[in-house]
Write a protein that binds this ligand. Structure first.
Ligand SMILES: NC(=O)c1ccc[n+]([C@@H]2O[C@H](COP(=O)([O-])OP(=O)(O)OC[C@H]3O[C@@H](n4cnc5c(N)ncnc54)[C@H](O)[C@@H]3O)[C@@H](O)[C@H]2O)c1
Length: 340
């Protein structure tokens, strides 16, 4: 295939405008042919800024032969249904995290795409954050020895959206949960991508925003199959900017990645290395960290279609994250550990 991959984009809300839009503005190997949102004004405005067509009913795109791929940026409860319709219609599908709310649905979509020879994956931006890639390189070179403990923390400010009972975010039937499914999707993908599968987990959650139906704090901890311990903490009630942090402790050293620290990724070699050294290729870019990595994920997906290569984010890893999410909720409900 030559030329730009022609996308239909469905869902032009907050993260589309902040991040996905960058990829369609850059138009590097891809173009937005039709953009769609239930809100006609948003669809029209977005379409005009890209020289694309606007629509309010995504079903119009199913039969549109110009559209090769779709970028779905929708509330969690419709991910499965809409992704399935597009795969059945023969379109490549990139979907925002979490892949689906239900693990069996995620597997079903992965299998359906494979059977139809279509590209399908979750737009997991974690894979495109240079600091995480640099950390993985250091770990694979053995520079911190055997990994003993992995800690992640994602924190952000969702007071406003969780405080509005009409929005999907704070509703169980809209989002399928709170921090575990929403922020956890990133961390469980990261664990799988960088450290392999989880052997066992236990989870706790709590809620500070009363009107919301979903948890706004959670911690999921356990052991990976490789023997490392892990903890995944997430909060939606931080008044600071959205932040991501990763610590990887090994028998020979420590890596600390923190979006708002400058430099954002440090390697400490051994117990007397108090100064540490910045990981190469990791610039201080706290404002664009998230948005650039999301746009890079769309561009990477377009390249995988154009070159008929596997997607950088393995669809199985996106589905695996949903399985872990499901088991974390099981652990919260039963108060017991879960073995995978
Ligand atoms: N990768 C990340 O870091 C990241 C960050 C934020 C959000 N997200 C994910 O992106 C997705 C969207 O989140 P958001 O915060 O932008 O939500 P949002 O509510 O701001 O936007 C969703 C948009 O979808 C539109 N929509 C809903 N149903 C539709 C339908 N049937 N047809 C057409 N349009 C429809 C709504 O009108 C709205 O504009 C979620 O899956 C979320 O988890 C990912």
């Amino acid at each position: 295939m030559t030329g730009s991959v022609r996308f239909g984009v469905v869902g032009l809300g907050e993260i589309y405008q902040l991040a996905h839009h960058l990829a369609y503005q850059r138009a590097d190997g891809l173009e937005a042919t039709v953009v769609c949102d239930l809100d006609q004004d948003v669809a029209a405005r977005t379409a005009e800024s890209l020289g694309a067509e606007a629509c309010t009913d995504y079903r119009r795109l199913l039969e549109d032969e110009r559209i090769q791929a779709v970028d779905l940026v929708l509330p969690h409860n419709v991910h499965y249904k809409v992704a399935r319709e597009f795969l059945e219609a023969g379109k490549h599908v990139l979907i925002e995290k979490p892949m689906t709310v239900d693990a069996a649905h995620a597997r079903e979509l992965v299998d359906l795409a494979a059977a139809k020879g279509l590209k399908f994956t979750v737009n997991e931006n974690t894979r495109f954050i240079p600091a995480y890639q640099a950390a993985l390189d250091v770990i694979l070179r053995g520079e911190i020895g055997d990994v003993t403990l992995v800690r992640t923390l994602i924190s952000g400010n969702e007071f406003e959206r969780l405080g509005n009972p009409k929005l999907w975010k704070g509703r169980q039937d809209g989002s399928g949960g709170g921090t575990i499914i929403d922020a956890g999707a990133h961390s469980f993908y990261l664990l799988k991508w960088m450290f392999g599968e989880i052997a066992s987990l236990r989870a706790l959650s709590d809620r500070l925003v009363d009107v919301s139906q979903v948890e706004d704090w959670s911690i999921v901890c356990g052991r990976t199959r490789s023997g490392a311990l892990f903890s995944v903490e997430s909060s939606f009630t931080s008044g600071g900017p959205w932040n991501e942090r990763l610590e990887v402790h090994g028998t020979e050293g420590l890596i600390v990645v923190d979006q708002h620290q400058n430099p954002p990724a440090m390697l400490f070699r051994g117990k007397r290395d108090h100064e540490g050294s910045p990981l190469p290729g990791t610039a201080y870019e706290p404002r664009t960290w998230k948005y650039n990595s999301i746009a890079a994920g769309i561009e990477s997906f377009a390249r995988s279609i154009a070159n008929d290569e596997p997607t950088a984010v393995a669809p199985e890893d996106g589905a695996y994250a949903v399985r872990v999410i499901e088991l974390a909720y099981e652990s919260v409900a039963t108060g017991s550990p879960v073995t995978l």
